[in-house]
Design a binder for this molecule. Sequence first.
Ligand SMILES: Cc1cc2nc3c(=O)[nH]c(=O)nc-3n(C[C@H](O)[C@H](O)[C@H](O)COP(=O)(O)O)c2cc1C
Length: 223
Amino acid sequence: MTRIGIIVGSTRPGRRGTAVARWVEQATLGHTVVTTGQASVEVVDLAAQALPLLDEPVPAMFTDYRNPHTRRWSAVISSFDAFVFVTPEYNHSLPAALKNAIDFLYFEWGDKAAGLVSYGVQGGLRASDHLRLVMAEVRAAVVPTQVSLSVFTDFDFSDFDASDPTAAGVLRPGAGQEQDLTTMLAEVSAWSHALRGLRAADPGMGANGSAGLEPDLATERAG
Ligand SMILES: Cc1cc2nc3c(=O)[nH]c(=O)nc-3n(C[C@H](O)[C@H](O)[C@H](O)COP(=O)(O)O)c2cc1C
């Protein structure tokens, strides 16, 4: 069975991220990949993980983790076969909290499929573009179909004070968003399945902590 983790990429009090993640979770629970028993789903909230700013002395590709919070985070991410990232756009990119959480690990993301659900004033597209590049670096395979929600057209503010900057609104995804999500989830499941052989052949956690990379490349990356 494919275990899909929905990563909530924002940590801000009053964030819209939790509503978006709930929508993704509900759609996944109703998707054939789950109803036919091929996949299961779990939400991973970065706010609950409470990771500090990266405080590991050794780069993650050596898997020489010194801190209990890193080992805990490694165990969480290792337990999944695939991910859906729920990310807002912050200043033209993904939130620092999400980038930091990714940087803590390396092989735990590798040879796994990922789908992107972004949101923002302009659909969070710059965040998802940047996240694609980041995930390529940690050897994840991001599927082509993605969901892009607009704060203006996919959230309803009719019961909120329009001048209140903390008003989260109510998530009401527009026509076509659910279909894109359904397609994306099918791709995540299929790609995760296709990558299973690679994950089995290269579990990534070697005895010296640098398995999966040639020694020269591991040293170069660490430098
Ligand atoms: C620090 C910050 C920077 C933002 N920068 C952008 C941006 O560059 N582009 C954009 O479309 N929206 C931007 N926004 C709007 C957010 O995408 C929108 O408020 C979203 O709901 C934030 O996610 P969250 O509610 O989960 O924190 C920004 C919001 C914050 C808090």
